[in-house]
Design a protein around this ligand. Structure first.
Ligand SMILES: Cc1cc2nc3c(=O)[nH]c(=O)nc-3n(C[C@H](O)[C@H](O)[C@H](O)COP(=O)(O)OP(=O)(O)OC[C@H]3O[C@@H](n4cnc5c(N)ncnc54)[C@H](O)[C@@H]3O)c2cc1C
Length: 384
């Protein structure tokens, strides 16, 4: 693995280049050697959490005031890109943790910030973001999890499912319906009585993302759990989190696609078939050219989205476009890679089959491909 930036190199500062080198070193030394084992065992070893704590990565998106690294959006992207090359489950755990950290930094009360941000930044506590419910994730504002006021507390009833990190997370942002309006709450999962967690395993990809279902049955949570205002849950809180999440997922997809491309070029330059190297066959060249086009367009759109977020603080349409381009690209690129590798790519000892399965999940999380298409189509008049 190297940090080449492809046919159209992206312009980075010295600091960003140095940071990227350290992320790549971490992935090469600590993640890639165990990446397939994590996938096979469908679990995340404690050593990964500890190493990320040592490197300060849990605080990547958290302000320095609370002990975080407060990385700019370009550097966050480079981190996601390196982790995408390593293991998508680790990336997804860091994404949801960071989405919670950044929502709290922006919308949390002083009390919520003081209590949770230093712990999240240090990796002394882990966070999840619980939006999806059993009846559907795309129609996320149609919530069946109900929250009612009760004296100085709220009573919570309902289920959240497919929640990354929820097997072990200490705290979660949970979006529920209060007075019929989507509203966000910060819930201490270790303290709340009446909550049960059901481990989810055996997914097609992201095997190691520690998914769980959260079942809240008559749970009482303090009034101080409210984030922002009643009705802020979907458009403001979840919207803010998804803006960051989509960008990170997109950069992670770049990592998957670049690894698949690099491995495919190396393999097809060696492998012989019909007396020629695979790379000398024009049908293989077509696949490689398509992969190069997908990698290049993904990287360029992610680069511009990070830049837009660094300059303007937000980039909603750009993030949706990045997610759309990079996730569909990584599905195609990993599919071509599997085709080029043949049976060798399907073996459990090959990273390719894992990239291929994880790339499919990338098309579902942080808004499916269809949801990005709907958002972009709805906003087309702004630009054309
Ligand atoms: C590995 C993994 C990790 C996840 N982690 C989290 C997490 O941490 N937190 C969380 O809240 N959720 C999480 N999710 C859930 C994820 O966000 C949802 O799967 C996603 O939002 C889609 O919801 P759904 O699966 O219920 O599909 P549905 O919403 O039921 O959609 C089914 C299909 O119909 C399409 N569709 C829906 N509506 C329309 C429409 N109007 N027009 C056209 N097509 C449409 C969708 O694109 C999809 O292809 C995770 C999922 C996975 C697989």
């Amino acid at each position: 693995m190297n940090t080449d930036r492809g046919l159209f190199p992206i312009d980075l500062t010295e600091n960003q280049i140095e940071s990227e080198k350290s992320f790549v070193k971490f992935v090469e030394e600590d993640i890639l050697p165990i990446a397939d084992k994590i996938d096979r065992e469908d679990d995340m070893p404690e050593s990964v959490f500890e190493r990320m704590t040592e490197l300060g990565l849990w605080g990547a998106a958290i302000p320095k005031t609370y002990g975080g690294m407060e990385l700019d959006n370009m550097t966050l992207g480079l981190l996601a890109r390196a982790l995408g090359r390593g293991n998508a489950s680790i990336l997804s755990l860091l994404i949801v943790h960071s989405m919670v950290g950044s929502v709290l930094s922006r919308w949390g009360t002083n009390e919520q910030k003081q209590e949770w941000l230093p712990k999240l930044a240090k990796g002394d506590a882990y966070a999840s973001l619980a939006l999806t419910e059993p009846q559907g994730g795309s129609d996320a504002s149609n919530l069946k999890l109900v929250v009612e006021k009760e004296g100085d507390s709220f009573r919570v009833n309902g289920k959240k499912t497919w929640i990354s990190g929820a097997q072990h997370s200490d705290v979660a942002i949970v979006v529920g319906s209060l007075e019929g309006k989507p509203t966000a709450f910060l819930i201490d999962l270790n303290e709340v009585e009446g909550l049960s967690r059901k481990k989810i395993q055996g997914m097609v990809g992201f095997r190691g993302a520690m998914l769980a279902e959260l079942d809240f049955e008559n749970c009482l949570i303090p009034k101080s759990s409210l984030i922002g205002r009643v009705g802020f849950g979907f458009s403001i809180v979840a919207g803010y989190a998804l803006d960051l999440g989509r960008l990170w997922v997109s950069w992670g997809c770049c990592g998957i696609s670049e690894s698949c491309l690099k491995m495919s070029v190396d393999y097809s330059a060696e492998r012989m078939s019909f007396g020629n190297k695979l790379l000398d066959h024009q049908l293989i060249q077509k696949m490689i050219a398509d992969m190069m086009a997908d990698v290049t367009s993904s990287l360029l759109v992610c680069y511009h989205t990070s830049k837009a977020r660094d300059e303007n603080g937000t980039a909603v349409d750009e993030s949706a476009m990045s997610k759309y381009i990079a996730s569909t690209a990584s599905r195609r690129v990993s599919d071509n890679a599997l085709q080029i590798f043949g049976a060798a790519g399907c073996s459990e000892s090959s990273h390719i089959q894992r990239y291929w399965r994880d790339a499919k999940i990338m098309e579902l999380i942080e808004g499916t491909t269809q949801i990005q298409q709907i958002l972009l189509g709805r906003h087309a008049k702004r630009y054309f």
